[in-house]
Design a protein around this ligand. Structure first.
Ligand SMILES: [Zn+2]
Length: 156
């Protein structure tokens, strides 16, 4: 999934929790930002594995979206990393359950979106300058539902 969806999903869930007085707006924003930042491991993997353009953000993006020359997902996208992060979140929850909840929303929503892909999804591909772009029909629908949900939550 694309960064905007990785932001919108945990931010929308967190906004619901803000409306229920369980989280602050700052922590809702943190959840959304964490949802995006999980994919920074793609850049670390690019630096570690690419044969050319090792420090290029453009090459990192285009490899993730189009070329898939190597797996850019590090251990934090997989079971062992999820177990370590879950343990760290449990420990953090003893000090601040709200910060732990915001981080958990960002992290687990990211994994859910990354792995909840359907075969034969219709995808739209285009090029924006030097960047290849791709978004599935399902992601477009999800984005629209999330934006509508956010508008409703802001209005109530
Ligand atoms: Zn990811």
């Amino acid at each position: 999934m694309d960064p905007h969806t990785h932001f919108l999903f945990p931010f929308t869930l967190s906004t619901l929790l803000v409306k229920l007085n369980l989280l602050s707006w700052e922590l809702a924003l943190l959840a959304g930002i964490v949802g995006v930042l999980i994919d920074l491991d793609h850049y670390a993997e690019q630096i570690a594995h690419a044969k050319t353009n090792r420090f290029s953000l453009k090459a990192t993006w285009n490899n993730a979206v189009r070329f898939h020359r190597f797996n850019q997902r590090s251990f934090i996208h997989e079971g062992s990393g999820a177990m370590i992060i879950t343990l760290a979140l449990f420990i953090l929850a003893f000090f601040s359950w709200q910060i732990a909840l915001a981080l958990a929303l960002g992290y687990y929503s990211h994994l859910l979106l990354d792995y909840a892909r359907f075969k034969h999804e219709k995808e739209f591909c285009w090029k924006l300058g030097v960047f290849y772009m791709k978004e599935s029909e399902l992601e477009l629908i999800l984005d629209a539902l999330l934006v509508i949900s956010l508008v409703v939550l802001f209005l109530i």
